[in-house]
Design a protein. Sequence first.
Length: 234
Amino acid sequence: MSPVARIFGVFYAPVATFEDIAREPHFILAWVVLIVCSILMGYTLVHRVGPAELARQMVAAGGARMQSLPADQMQRAVALDTKIAPIIFQALPPVFVIIFTLVLAAIFLAVENFLLGQSVRYKGVLGVVAHAYLPNALMALLVVLILFLRADPTGVNFQAPIGSNALFYADPSTTSPVMSKLLSQIDLFGFWIMALLALGLAKLGNKLKFATTLGVIVGLWIVWVLFSVGMAAL
């Protein structure tokens, strides 16, 4: 399969696509797609929702500690976040995509070779990770479309901009940071990505079953959720 065919194959023929990636791993085009779509979503958030509203949401996400600040300190925090919001949403996504996939591939390489007793190469795992996260690119395009279709997009929560995420249905003014963090981890696109990761890792391994790799990934996800909620509680 060509790199372009793999991009589309993740959505309509994932089994054949990850079998092909296992034979000859490539990841550059998948990186490019993820980076371009993330920049496009960030640019649209900044110019449709606005840096000031994004800053207000970032401060509100800080929880009770931030919300208990005196009015003058709160204003300074919002002003600072207003200045850095364009950097966070437009300049950092390419760096985040590359670092995130590199680190996650290293983690799954250790899982495959040490926990599951396989002998796979880092490049193969990186190819799986980069392609498994392509649903995020689709989500980014949906967010861009929704932001342009909405007459007033300023009320969009950048942490859960569409209804695939459980946090989308919560009231930001009454939901605690701990509950917000928990709800944000319940996402249809996230579950889709976990299934693709499990499929890709199973295809890389020698006679690995999908249920085995899925169980490991779900276990790691639970650990991550507990860690995230614990940090929010602290």
